[in-house]
Ligand binder design. Structure first.
Ligand code: NDP
Length: 249
């Protein structure tokens, strides 16, 4: 397999479904060795086999991004296996949306743990390796919700706003080390993210909203990520905002 990412090593969190799965396939198709991280090991293994059967290279490492030790293990195992890390796609995320009043606050903690702290742990764990290499690329999956607030998704908004703020500060800290940082902000994408919403009213509203327009497919977002990570080293695509054509909000 030859491609623009031949010889590169990419870690993708949340690779067991949706955008992460599509990104792993797309990066592998460009020749990257991909390391697949998520909690559902059976799905990671099935994806790794799929990639291997098309001539690619994939390693699955069960990882809960809310556990800093597991995240460190993911990074250390990757570096031990491939002796480098070129790309980290911080994609694992959940959207336990719903009104603030009456919310189950454990949903908020889970969302902040996964969407924000998980991304911070992975970034923290890879940085010494990227700095020592003098190169690397961190791709943080934010959302339209990282720049447009809506009633009913407030804490998801807060997590993605957090991702955007962190990413821009990170870029300023690491650009002098030749490390790139990209924020990807998708609108509605056709994935299983909605299935995990715990608030039944919010889930129904979200499903109705999704029926109004033709959403993006995960492959559309993966293509944006491939675009960002295949630019020449001098080019840092800072931000990609990508909405379905019919999405007005
Ligand atoms: P999916 O629900 O399809 O996939 C989510 C992925 O995150 C799964 O692989 C899941 O794996 C993983 N994940 C969840 N919790 C954890 C955890 N604790 N540790 C490790 N992995 C975890 O969602 P999407 O593909 O839609 O979402 C991917 C990203 O895109 C998220 O950050 C989301 O916020 C963002 N996004 C999604 C949009 C959409 O409309 N779908 C729009 C804008 C942004 P597992 O359960 O196996 O651990």
């Amino acid at each position: 397999m030859t491609g623009k990412l031949e010889g590169k090593v990419a870690i993708i969190t949340g690779a067991s479904a949706g955008i992460g799965e599509a990104t792993a396939l797309a990066l592998a198709a460009e020749g990257a060795k991909v390391v697949l991280a998520a909690r559902r090991g059976d799905r990671l293994d099935a994806l790794a086999q799929r990639i291997a059967s098309s001539g690619g290279s994939a390693l699955s490492i069960i990882t809960d991004v809310t556990d800093e030790t597991q995240v460190k293990n993911l990074v250390q195992k990757t570096n031990a296996e491939f002796e480098r890390i070129d790309i980290l796609v911080n994609n694992a995320g959940v959207a336990f949306v719903g009104a603030i009043d009456g919310a189950n606050t454990s949903d908020w903690r889970r969302m902040i743990d996964i969407n924000v702290l998980g991304l911070l742990y992975a970034t923290h764990a890879v940085l010494p390796i990227l700095k020592a290499q003098g190169t690397g690329h961190i791709v943080n999956i934010s959302s339209v919700a990282g720049r447009t607030a809506r009633e009913g998704i407030s804490v998801y908004n807060a997590t993605k706003w957090g991702v955007n703020g962190f990413s821009e500060a990170l870029r300023k800290e690491v650009c002098k080390h030749n490390i790139r940082v990209t924020i990807i902000e998708p609108g509605l994408v056709n994935t299983e993210i909605n299935d995990h919403i715990t608030d039944p009213i919010a889930k129904q509203r979200s499903e109705e909203r999704r029926r109004l327009i033709a959403p993006l497919e995960s492959e559309d977002v993966a293509a944006a990520i491939v675009y960002a990570v295949t630019q020449p080293q001098r080019v840092n695509v800072n931000e990609i905002l990508i909405r379905p054509t019919q999405q007005e909000w």
